[in-house]
Design a protein around this ligand. Structure first.
Ligand code: ATP
Ligand code: MG
Length: 273
């Protein structure tokens, strides 16, 4: 593929190698009809915040990932939402998370929805689920993936993102919404669901509306949530409730913003007043 060849010309020791590699996955996903061009722009907004955070998992993101893992393990009907960007960047990690959380389902949800693209994304996830894992073994456990032909609508939402599956998102109690639009995050909250967001922008409506927001690049956030789920899988309900209940999203976002601000102050040579 032409774009892959271009990537080969970027030397591994290029200081922006990792960021360029992630960007390339988005370009590939767009060329394969998984992501739309608008998704590339949304990725650019994410990159800017990633830059400000030092392109690493900050302690606040780790704390949020732990609360997210506890919420997912407490859920009766957890659903993981996937859009074109998520399918381009982390299809295998999404499948891994769905396998790690008992009873979890995956559902395709798109702002610029066509049933063809929903089918392609579902097929991408099914392929990822069929591929052998790191130890070379194909997993036998099947996961439910809701793709095209939605049969329900999320109330109070006029965009295409309202289209959902009765057995999936519609009846979920906890929903993971990576790279989400604020309108749907609000509609999910109004429908009484717990919302976990993965969003690099701590100022977005989604980040502010969610119960738990992991401010980190999804390529790092998902493996961290999977790791925390595995650590907590055998924890008691009381312990999980304590972790989830003790998490304050507004305060955590405040600390994340504080980190950005103090990083900028240092760079500008100005100390805190
Ligand atoms: P909102 O609708 O919540 O106010 P927005 O309109 O600013 O947000 P959208 O385009 O609706 O932004 O949502 C995309 C969000 O995903 C952005 O906040 C962007 O920072 C974030 N984002 C993009 N790429 C990534 C990524 N790789 N990892 C995590 N977050 C990302
Ligand atoms: Mg938006």
């Amino acid at each position: 593929m032409e774009c892959r060849q271009k990537m080969h010309r970027i030397p591994r020791d290029h200081p922006r190698y990792e960021s360029l590699r992630i960007r390339q996955r988005m370009v590939d996903g767009s060329a394969r009809g998984l992501a739309v061009r608008e998704g590339l722009l949304a990725h650019g907004r994410g990159e800017a915040f990633d830059y400000l955070l030092g392109e690493r998992t900050v302690p606040e993101a780790r704390a949020a990932s732990r609360a997210a893992a506890a919420l997912l393990l407490l859920a009766k009907r957890p659903v993981l939402s996937v859009n074109g960007n998520v399918a381009s960047l982390v299809p295998r990690e999404m499948v891994r998370l769905a396998r790690a959380v008992p009873g979890a389902a995956i559902e395709v949800n798109l702002f610029h929805r066509t049933e063809g693209r929903a089918r392609r994304i579902a097929a991408e996830l099914e392929n990822a689920a069929r591929r052998p894992g790191r130890k070379g073994r194909a997993s036998r456990s099947t996961i439910r993936i809701f793709g095209d032909r939605p049969d329900a609508r999320l109330p109070n939402l006029s965009s295409q993102r309202a289209k959902c599956h009765r057995e999936g998102m519609f009846s979920a109690d906890v929903v993971l919404v990576p790279l989400e639009d604020g309108d749907r995050a609000g509609a999910l909250k109004r429908a009484g669901k717990k919302v976990i967001a993965i969003d690099l922008n701590p100022l977005s409506r989604t980040a502010r509306l969610a119960d738990v927001t992991v401010v980190d690049n999804i390529v790092r956030a998902l493996p961290e949530i999977v790791r925390q789920v595995r650590l907590l899988r055998r924890a008691s309900r009381a312990r999980l409730e304590k972790i989830a209940g003790g998490f304050d999203n507004t305060a955590n976002l405040g600390r994340t913003l504080g980190r950005i601000v103090s990083g900028l102050r240092k760079l500008s040579g100005k100390r805190r007043p």
